[in-house]
Design a protein around this ligand. Sequence first.
Ligand code: NOJ
Ligand code: CA
Length: 702
Amino acid sequence: MRRIILLLSFLMLQLTMAQQQASPNGDVQLSFSLSANGTPTYKVSYKGKEVVKESTLGFLLKETDPLTGDFKVVNSKKTTFKETWKPVWGEESEILNHYNELLVELRQEKTNRLMNIRFRVYDEGVGFRYEFPTQKELTYFVIEEELSQFAMAGDHTAWWIPGDYDTQEYDYMESKLSEIRGLMKQAVTENVSQYAFSPTGVQTSLMMKTNDGLYINLHEAALVDYSLMNLNLDDKNFIFQSWLTPDAKGDKGYLYTPTKTPWRTIMVSDDARKILASRLILNLNEPCAIADTSWIKPVKYIGVWWEMITGKSSWAYTNDLPTIKLDEVDYSKVKPNGTHAANNQKVRAYIDFAAKHGFDQVLIEGWNIGWEDWFGHRKDYVFDFVTPYPDFDLKGLNDYAHSKGVKLMMHHETSGSTRNYERHLHQAYQLMKDYGYNSVKSGYVGDILPIGEHHYSQSTINHYLYAIKEAAKYKIMVNAHEAVRPTGLCRTYPNMIGNESARGTEYEAFGGNKPFHTTILPFTRLQGGPMDYTPGIFETEMKYVNPNNNSQIRSTLAKQLALYVTMYSPLQMAADLPENYDRFLDAFQFIKDVPVDWQKSEYLEAEPGRYITIARKDKHSDDWYIGCTAYEGGHASELLLSFLDKDKKYEATIYADAKDADYMKNPKAYTITKQKVNAKTKLKLTAAKGGGYAIRISKLAN
Ligand code: NOJ
Ligand code: CA
C-alpha cells in the first residue's frame, strides 16, 4: 500500500512539475507548467537564449467560466515523428517533417472541463494548439477571446503591419516594439474595407530580430473553422496576446466539441536564411486531402489586367449606368464606353502574345456583366459570374485560345458578397468546366456581406475554404485575392494555388510600395503559402501607360525579374502590357525561361528589410535560377555556387542592374551578360538601390 501511495505521489509530482520537450537537434527547448493558481504556461528558448518568456494560455468564454486558472495536469505524453512527404508543387520536391511532441491533458477542477495543449517542437521553432475532447461539461461554446500570450524577452526590432479585421494590404513598418504605438497612425493607410482595432495591434506573420541576433517569427498554421488571430502588444512588457477577429455580433468563435484551434507558431533561428527555409507551417497542416492531384498544374500567365489597374482601361462596359439591377439591365441598349478592355479584339491579341511566348494562360478581368457599380456600396447581387458582356464571345475566345494551346483564366470578383458568390458558385464552376477553364482568380474587394462580417471572421474563413473544396470537385485551381492570409492549407488543398492577401504589385500603380517590401514578404506573408504578387512590370513609370497616372514603381527592372525566384509561387504572372515586353525582349526572356515549380531551393543570403538572395533548381531540368531583391540601400553579394553539380559545366546568364541604375532615378538600366561557371565559381554582384538581379544557370553538355 505504502509503495502505491509513494508511486502515486511521485506521478503527481511529475505532473505538477514543468514538462520539457526539445527539438530533434536540441536547439529549441519548450517548457510547460501550471502557475500557482493552475493557469497553463509555456516558455521557449533557443540555444539557451530566451525566445518566449513564461506566457499564459487559456480562453475567455461567453456566459460561462473562463478557461484560465484552476487546471490540473491529468496526463502528459511525449512522442517523436519523422516523415518525408512530397508536395504537389513547391519550393522543393521533398519536405522533411521531423518534430518531438508534448501533449498535456488538463482538467479544470471546479468545472470538470477538459482542455489539452499539444506542442510540436521543431529545429526551427514550436507550434501549439488547444484541443477540446468530447465531454458533457463542454459542448457548445462561444469564444469571447483567446488568451494565448507570447512574451518577448526584449524590445525587438519588428517588421509589422497594423492588425486589421478586413485588410492585409499595408506597407510594412520597421521599428522597435516600443515604437509601434507612435507609428500606428502613419501605418494605417487607407483601404476600401478596413478595421484596425488597436494602437498596438499587429498582424501575423510577424517578423522580429533581437538585439543579440535571433530571428523570431509569430504566425499560425491550419486556420480552419476558426477566426483569424491578430496580436495585441502590451508595449510596457513586450507581451503579445492573441486577438481574434470578431463576427458581426462581436463574438470571436462558435465551437463545439470535439474541436481544436489552429496552431500558434513561433519560429526562431540565429540565421535568417533558416526562417526562409523552414517548412514548419506547412508541416503543421494535414496531408493532402485530394486523392487525384494530376490536374493541379503550376501556371505562368499574362492578363488583361494591368491596363485596368493603371487606369488606362476599364472593367466596365459603359459609363451610362450609375447603378444596375443585374436581372433587369439590358446592355444592348447602352452606349459602350470605348475603354472596356475585355473585348474580343484585345483578348485575341493577348492570346496571340501568350501563344507566341509560351504562357499557359491568359487572365481576363471585366468579362462579365455588373462592373458598372461593383464596389463600395455593400451591394448584395453585384455579379452572376456567368453572363458575358456583349463584346466578349465566351465560346469563340475559349476556342481560339485552345486552338493555340493556351487556356483562359476565369475571374470571379465577389465584391465581398460571400453570400451571393455561394448562391452562384456551382453554376459558375460548371460554366468553367463547360468552356475548358481550370483556374479562377477570385476577389473580395470591399466590405463583406452579410453586413457586419469581416474578411477574417470565422464564417468568412469557412467561406474561403468552402470555395476551394467545391472548386476541387470541378478540378479547378483557385487564386483568391483579399481572402485571408494563408496558413499552410495549400498542403491539404493544393488546388489553392495562390492568394494575394498582402500588398501586391497593384499598389505600385496606386502610389508605390516601399522598396524594401519584397525583402520582408518572404519572411512574413509567404510563410503561409504562395502569393500572386504579379511581378514583371518593365515600364516603371505609369504615365507612359496612362498619362493621368503619376505613380512610379519602386523597383528596378532587373529586380522585377528577381521576384520570379524570390517570391515563390506556382502561379506567376507576367503583369505588364505586351507592348512593354516587346520593348525589352532580351530581359523578357528571363520571365519566359523561369520555372514555377522547383526541385530544391538554397537560401544564399537573407536579412529582413535589407536583402534576400535565393537559388532554386528547376523541378524538370538541371538548370538553376537565382534571384536577389534589395532595399533602398542596395546590396553587394559574393555568391559561391557550391550547390551546382561538381565537375559539371554551366553557363550563367546574368540580368543585373546597370552601374548607374537606381529604383527612382534610373530604374530601367540593366545589363545582360553571360559567363561560364561551375561549383567553384564565386560571383560578385551588385544590386542597385531598390534593385536586384536574376540569373539563369544552364547545364552545358560536357
Ligand atoms: C483587387 C485585386 O487585387 C486585383 O487584382 C483585381 O484586379 C481587382 N480587385 C478587381 O477584381
Ligand atoms: Ca488586392
